[in-house]
Design a binder for this molecule. Structure first.
Ligand SMILES: C[S@@+](CC[C@H](N)C(=O)[O-])C[C@H]1O[C@@H](n2cnc3c(N)ncnc32)[C@H](O)[C@@H]1O
Length: 374
């Protein structure tokens, strides 16, 4: 039996495509680069290689990926839609949801740009749905740009140029695979204290780290306070560690303690009630990992899970991802994953859990803000 298609597509951050073109063939020798634009890349599958049914890319940089059926190009969008309905008929008929997104053209957070479904993408999706209905050939009525049900078939359309749309499909078998274009769906019109608010929100959704009311959380590198703002909204008790000043609104919150020091200067016993550890330090990844290692390996500390932002001062640092993962596993975290979040800039997120089950399990509650020694 053949593969479902001859190509694989992957969406990524604008500017990450060169690193993605290197990463994918390294992890998947069966794939060769085919097409590349900022934010969108395709790979040709070795035709002699029958891939497993539940084939999925091993990648830190791919936001979402799937089988690529090709592109349709015209100045007349009705012609593009007709071509997709003809060549993608089988997959459209099986689809539970259609995800339409525009490739990123800017780095998230620059020039006011934040990733997510655009007005144009929604219009394209509406046009495809209307054409499906008008054709009378489809008994299904897929939803548009909704959270896909686990394991359902998603029909993907990436608007690479307004007159050039690429289309394909995937099975929604990962948390990010359920989001249109691999971007979580939440309101980015709000103006948090910092973009770290969005980064942490996405990290929690992606990883399943179940921060709950009363959980003690610590963040290394917490100024000005966007991530703390989110944790406080979630009812967590927050230890914010940063030599810099926090924004007044989070600083005065009764559930926040600010330790105005660098991470390695904080007494390790101050982490004894901490359940979830976050780090967003403006230093190289090994500095963050050194600081975190000294904390989590202390006898008095029992951290269940972490989400660490690792800054990529250059893209070559990505070669160290396997070593970073191993380092964290050696600290006793069995479940470790990396991903360039949609809301990351030139950085990645590493999440770690002592066991996969802690990502969903019930929690021990601490009802009072912890007493600190530092
Ligand atoms: C990207 S900002 C953090 C943004 C923050 N997470 C938020 O939610 O707004 C990086 C921070 O790392 C802090 N930093 C640098 N070195 C540090 C260290 N050794 N320990 C703790 N914080 C550090 C800086 O002062 C800076 O505020």
């Amino acid at each position: 039996m053949n593969n479902p298609a001859n190509f694989i597509f992957a969406a990524c951050q604008a500017g990450a495509e060169a690193a993605l073109r290197k990463e994918i063939p390294e992890n998947h020798p069966e794939l060769k680069l085919a097409f590349s634009r900022p934010g969108f890349v395709t790979f040709k599958v070795d035709p002699n290689n029958r891939l497993p049914d539940r084939y999925s890319l091993k990648s830190t940089l791919a936001r979402t990926s799937g089988w690529s059926l090709g592109r349709a190009e015209s100045e007349n969008s009705a012609e593009i839609v007709a071509s997709i309905l003809e060549n993608g008929a089988e997959q459209l008929a099986a689809a539970d949801v259609i995800h339409v997104w525009e490739r990123d053209r800017k780095v998230p957070g620059s020039g006011g740009f934040e990733p997510g479904v655009s007005v144009l993408a929604n219009e394209v999706g509406q046009q495809v749905l209307a054409a499906m209905e008008a054709s009378g050939k489809f008994s299904n009525k897929p939803a548009l740009n909704r959270l896909a049900r686990p394991d359902s078939v998603v029909f993907d359309i990436c608007v690479v140029e307004p007159n050039q749309w690429w289309y394909g499909f995937h099975e929604a078998n990962t948390s990010a695979g359920r989001w249109p274009g691999g971007v979580p769906m939440f309101d980015t019109d709000v103006e948090p204290i910092s973009r770290a608010y969005f980064k942490l929100k996405e990290a929690l959704l992606w990883s399943g780290i179940p921060v709950s009311e009363g959980d003690v959380c610590a963040e290394l590198g917490s100024a000005p306070g966007g991530a703390c703002q989110l944790l406080l909204e979630m009812g967590a008790l927050v230890i914010a560690i940063d030599p810099a000043e926090l924004e007044a609104d989070v600083l005065k919150h009764p559930n926040l303690n600010h330790i105005r020091r660098r991470g390695h200067e904080v007494k390790k016993r101050d982490f004894r009630d901490v359940r979830w550890l976050f780090a967003d330090i403006s230093m190289v990844p090994n500095y963050t990992l050194d600081t975190v290692s000294a904390i989590v390996s202390h006898d008095a500390v029992n951290i269940k899970g972490m989400a660490l932002t690792l800054k990529l001062t250059n893209w070559e640092l990505l070669d160290s991802v396997p070593a970073w993962i191993q380092r964290v596993k050696d600290l006793g975290f069995k479940y470790v994953r990396t991903r360039q979040l949609a809301f990351n800039r030139q950085e990645i997120c590493l999440i770690a859990a002592k066991d996969k089950f802690v990502l969903r399990a019930g929690k021990k509650r601490v009802s009072q803000p912890p007493q600190l020694q530092s």
